[in-house]
Ligand binder design. Structure first.
Ligand code: NDP
Length: 254
């Protein structure tokens, strides 16, 4: 459908070589976008590029660590060099360090903030001139249920994901006049590499969270393809600054 057609659009997906990022990238590719995947692991990048080329017009990868100075500028430059611009930015790269707040080191705090929040800020800054030049664009930030809730072991992660919601509102207000919409997606509990360790190490976690899910199952990366296409397409041109849970009802379940 034309409203959701992304033909001719260029999308950068940070952390697009696996998990939720790849699920979103697959949706964008099917809708017609060319994709630049950003991740540290070259092998995962190459596998993702092969997959995305099967689904859409073209894909390339940039191996980069987004916690490093200059990485965001490299991302924008790589998108420009590969595809001539940048229309859609998915700030999805993320990680966590679990631990009670009294035990969490400041180094771990900084690393989680850099990975989850500062990288989104920097990539958005770097993308802005290219989107402005194109007459508009779409930024999709990835939050979490920890954008909404607290948990004892998630001080840095929850602070970074709460920050994502506020950064989304700020960028949305700042760049609306440029035709750039900025929204956030808040995934629920999704079966990916990120939650694998927690699922394996925290007894009962899987079942406990499952019991609170009206949908009756954990989410998958592919559950994020549709929201990515919606927020990246003309269909969402009057939607900006909002954070949308993709959680099977987890956040509204009592
Ligand atoms: P994965 O661990 O499967 O994917 C994380 C992605 O981020 C990988 O592609 C990884 O690639 C990339 N990445 C991590 N750190 C960096 C870095 N410093 N520089 C560049 N790329 C990086 O996790 P998920 O798919 O689960 O998570 C994706 C996003 O969704 C995260 O922001 C996460 O917080 C969020 N989320 C996940 C939930 C879940 O239940 N799984 C729930 C709520 C939110 P590489 O290792 O190659 O660098």
């Amino acid at each position: 459908m034309e409203l959701f057609d992304l033909s001719g659009r260029v999308a950068v997906v940070t952390g697009g070589n696996g998990g939720i990022g790849l699920g979103m990238a697959e949706g964008l590719a099917v809708a017609g976008a060319r994709i630049l995947v950003v991740g540290r692991d070259r092998e995962k990048n190459a596998t993702a590029v092969r997959r995305l080329r099967e689904l859409g017009p073209d894909a390339q990868a940039l191996a980069a660590d987004l916690t490093e100075d200059g990485a965001a500028d490299d991302v924008a430059a790589a998108s420009e060099a590969a595809f001539g611009g940048l229309d859609i930015l998915v700030n999805n790269a993320g990680s966590t360090v679990r631990g009670m707040p009294q035990d969490l080191s400041v180094d771990d705090w900084r690393w989680v903030m850099e990975t989850n929040l500062t990288s989104a800020f920097r990539c958005s800054q770097a993308a802005y001139p290219l989107m402005r030049r194109a007459g508009g664009g779409k930024v999709i930030n990835i939050g979490s249920m920890f954008s909404l809730f607290g948990a004892p072991y998630s001080a840095a992660y929850a602070a970074s994901k709460g920050g994502i919601v506020q950064l989304t509102k700020v960028l949305a207000t700042a760049w609306a006049a440029d035709g750039i919409q900025v929204n956030a997606v808040l995934p629920g509990w999704i079966e990916t590499e990120l939650t694998r360790q927690a699922r394996e190490e925290v007894p009962g976690l899987y079942e406990r969270q499952l019991a609170r899910m009206p949908a009756g199952r954990w989410g998958t990366p592919q559950d994020h393809a549709g929201i990515a296409v919606f927020l990246a397409s003309r269909a969402s041109d009057y939607v900006t600054g909002v954070s949308i849970p993709v959680d099977g009802g987890f956040s509204i379940s009592g």
